[in-house]
Design a protein around this ligand. Structure first.
Ligand code: ADP
Ligand code: MG
Length: 696
């Protein structure tokens, strides 16, 4: 199986080199696992009097009865008449005419394959595939013709689909029946899977739709199964390897707060998630949990309550946010929530003065300080805790794995880690991306929320939009107006923002209206100052770039206007919209765009108008952009799938995960006799480069 493909019949050095460069095919094994991406049904033969002008692909048996070169402006084209006993069709070649004239044989029976068109009232097939009937009968034939992925260069160099198919034929004639099984008998039997041999053969040479689907199912299952096996095993190993503090009790901090300071009843989802976290904290193994919940689902209170459990067990905790603004916001809401307790909270960001910073450092080290909230500044080596028991990281996607790991260095034992994200990831994708984290989902919003009303307006409706904004301001509400800021065109975007600010200042003149502006080029102090004015209600309009995207919580803000909304991705639009709808009042999101929109942009805006459900939006996003652009996918291997598709095959993925769990449950090191094949394959995959190397 590790034989280089150059040993295969008909593969020259240069061709082998090309296949390696273009498709990464080096060995027999690579080639066998190079799967077609579609199939053409060639189970039927047409007669020439049965043809329809429906642009479909047909297969005909017949002979070439006439062959002519026709001069044209540049070079010549080749025209042939292809006949069977019922009539004839015209064949045309615009390229390779010279070469073909000598090669094509008259009065010899061919199998023709091509797409039917009508030209000058005649059925015509351009650039048909022709194969001698005698060859056709000899070849490893298949009713479903596989079509392999290809590249432009391969096409140019004559490595057509036919060539790949031929290689596959010689390969299978050589290795047939010698492909080793990779799943256990138990799994094969329980799921009625076809053998590896049969699956691989039928994926390349299916005789029927049924054979093909069985082969696909088996191979997809296997692919997902081994990825899940790796992820789940890694998670299990992590738990045995990384001990952490055991938080045995829930005490006064938690109970008193729950009884006296909690202003509302937790939703069922919040309760469930809190229970999951509590269980984790009490096992002695390090918690590594991802907490997913849509904007406004109430993650903060879950974070706080988890922290109180740590305090009850005499540990300190930290909350890390991606931006200074967010960290300050968390700090403000935590101090507010904890104002009737004796819990000490401090804020540490890059802009904290040296003097204050020194005090924080001291209090942390001697254990005076219970909760530290901050930005990356917390990760600096100088920041030492007396005993950090739990670290919560807000908004994961701005925060690398490396930084997560850094938290470990602050103790002898690593603290428990809870990562919170408001970017909903479809469950199936989360499984494959975060298989090594445990996942909790808050899938329910607090009661009594009013749905945010979302509309899409074109630039020409601007006057009406402004009128609406003025009415809202008159009711005492506040308004966000957000401009896109995309790294590549930063200068231009910045100009758009400034132009926008000027025009808004003109339409909303002082002193009646006050406007704040916040963008990335401002100094942190200036940003904080502007933000503060808006928080206090001194300004009614906040003009901003996406800096305000995450977490900012101003309940009185009821309208989110997004300029050039067509330039934002769906998840970003959803995040931005989540900035409003936080109070009791009806809130609105207005998506402004130009009139001309791409199909994708239209679908994005339409989706936003139709739903507020973050998970639904994430599904559409995933379909539009593929998993490649979602966070975390780069490390996960879901991009390198050979045959499975996390979206289309999510059911198979679920099944594979279930089975991987079952396999590992009582046999984590795959030592059971019945799992020997699985162990062998698993080890091979872990050793090999390629698909799975990124995961471990
Ligand atoms: P996010 O998940 O986006 O971080 P927050 O934690 O900021 O959401 O919560 C949004 C708002 O909902 C806050 O004002 C919070 O006080 C409130 N809230 C959270 N949980 C509940 C609940 N169970 N019932 C009522 N209001 C809640
Ligand atoms: Mg939040």
């Amino acid at each position: 199986m590790h034989t280089p493909i150059i040993y295969l019949k008909g593969v020259s050095t240069s061709r082998a080199e090309l296949l390696k460069k273009e498709l990464g095919l080096k060995t027999y094994s690579d080639l066998i696992n190079f799967f077609p991406n579609r199939y053409i049904d060639r189970s039927r033969f047409f007669k020439t009097n049965e043809l329809h002008a429906n642009n479909s692909e047909v297969q005909i048996i017949g002979q070439i009865t006439a062959l002519n070169s026709v001069k044209q402006k540049r070079g010549s084209r080749l025209v042939a008449k292809f006949s069977d006993e019922f009539g004839s069709v015209e064949l045309v070649w615009f390229q390779g005419a010279k070469w073909l004239v000598d090669k094509l044989k008259l009065k010899t029976t061919y199998v023709l394959f091509g797409k039917i068109t009508v030209f000058n009232g005649k059925f015509t097939i351009t650039h048909p595939e022709l194969e001698l009937l005698s060859d056709y009968k000899k070849s490893l034939r298949t009713a479903m013709q596989p079509v392999y992925p290809s590249t432009e260069l391969l096409g140019k160099k004559g490595v057509s689909n036919r060539v790949i198919f031929k290689m596959m034929q010689s390969l299978f004639l050589e290795v047939k029946g010698r492909l080793t099984e990779t799943l256990s008998d138990e799994i094969l039997e329980q799921l009625h899977l076809v053998s590896k041999n049969k699956a691989l053969f039928n994926i390349h040479f299916p005789q029927s739709q049924d054979d093909l689907s069985k082969a696909q199912f088996r191979l997809k299952f296997e692919e997902f199964y081994y990825i899940q096996l790796q992820l789940i095993r890694k998670n299990m190993l992590h738990k045995t390897k990384f001990k952490s503090f055991k938080f045995e009790k829930v005490g006064a901090y938690f109970n008193n707060f729950y009884k006296n300071n909690l202003a509302f009843e937790l939703t069922n989802a919040q309760k469930r998630v809190l229970k999951e976290i509590r269980n984790d904290l009490n096992t002695g193994a390090q918690m590594n949990r991802l907490l997913q919940g849509d904007v406004g689902s109430g993650k903060t209170i879950v974070a706080l309550l988890s922290m109180l459990i740590a305090l009850d067990n005499d540990f300190q905790t930290a909350l890390i946010a991606p931006t200074t603004i967010l960290a300050s916001q968390h700090y403000i809401s935590f101090t507010e929530l904890l104002k009737d307790t004796n819990i000490k909270v401090a804020l540490l960001t890059g802009s904290v003065k040296t003097k204050v910073r020194r005090i924080i450092h001291e209090d942390l080290e001697n254990g005076e300080l219970h909760i530290l909230i901050g930005t990356h500044a917390i990760l600096e080596d100088k920041v030492k805790f007396k005993n950090l028991g739990l670290a919560i990281i807000d908004e994961q996607h701005r925060f690398g794995v490396a930084q997560r790991a850094k938290m470990w260095l602050k103790n002898d034992l690593p603290p428990h880690i809870l990562v919170m994200t408001a970017t909903p990831i479809p469950r199936t994708l989360a499984m494959s991306v975060y298989g090594d984290l445990d996942i909790s989902v808050i899938d329910e919003l607090p009661p009594g929320r009013k749905e945010i009303q979302t509309v899409h307006r074109y630039d020409k409706n601007r006057l009406a939009v402004f009128k609406f904004l003025k009415d809202e301001i008159a009711k005492g509400r506040q308004i966000y107006i957000v401009y896109p800021l995309i790294q590549e065109s930063e200068a231009m975007d910045y100009k758009d923002l400034m132009d926008g600010y000027e025009s808004i200042s003109r339409d909303f003149p002082r002193p009646e209206y006050q406007i704040s502006i916040v963008h990335g080029k401002m100094k942190p102090e200036a940003k904080a100052f502007e933000m503060e004015r808006f928080v206090k209600g001194e300004t009614q309009i906040m003009v901003a770039t996406t800096v305000i995207e995450v977490g900012v919580n101003i309940p009185n803000a009821s309208v989110m206007v997004i300029e050039s909304a067509e330039r934002f991705g769906l998840s970003q639009l959803h995040q931005l919209r989540g900035r409003v709808g936080r109070g009791a009042k009806q809130s609105y999101c207005i998506l402004m765009s130009s009139f001309k929109l791409s199909a994708d942009a239209k679908l994005r805006l339409k989706t936003m108008v139709e739903t507020n459900d973050g998970f639904k939006i994430a599904e559409v996003d995933l379909k539009l952009r593929g998993p490649g652009n979602l966070m975390g996918t780069q490390q996960s291997g879901v991009l390198n799938l050979k045959i499975g598709d996390v979206i289309v095959d999510s059911e198979i993925l679920k099944l594979a995960r279930e089975y991987a769990k079952k396999t590992l449950k009582n046999d984590m090191n795959l030592e059971r006799q019945g799992n020997s094949r699985i162990k062998k394959t698993y080890l091979q995959i872990s050793r090999n480069h390629g698909v799975w190397s990124n995961i471990s």
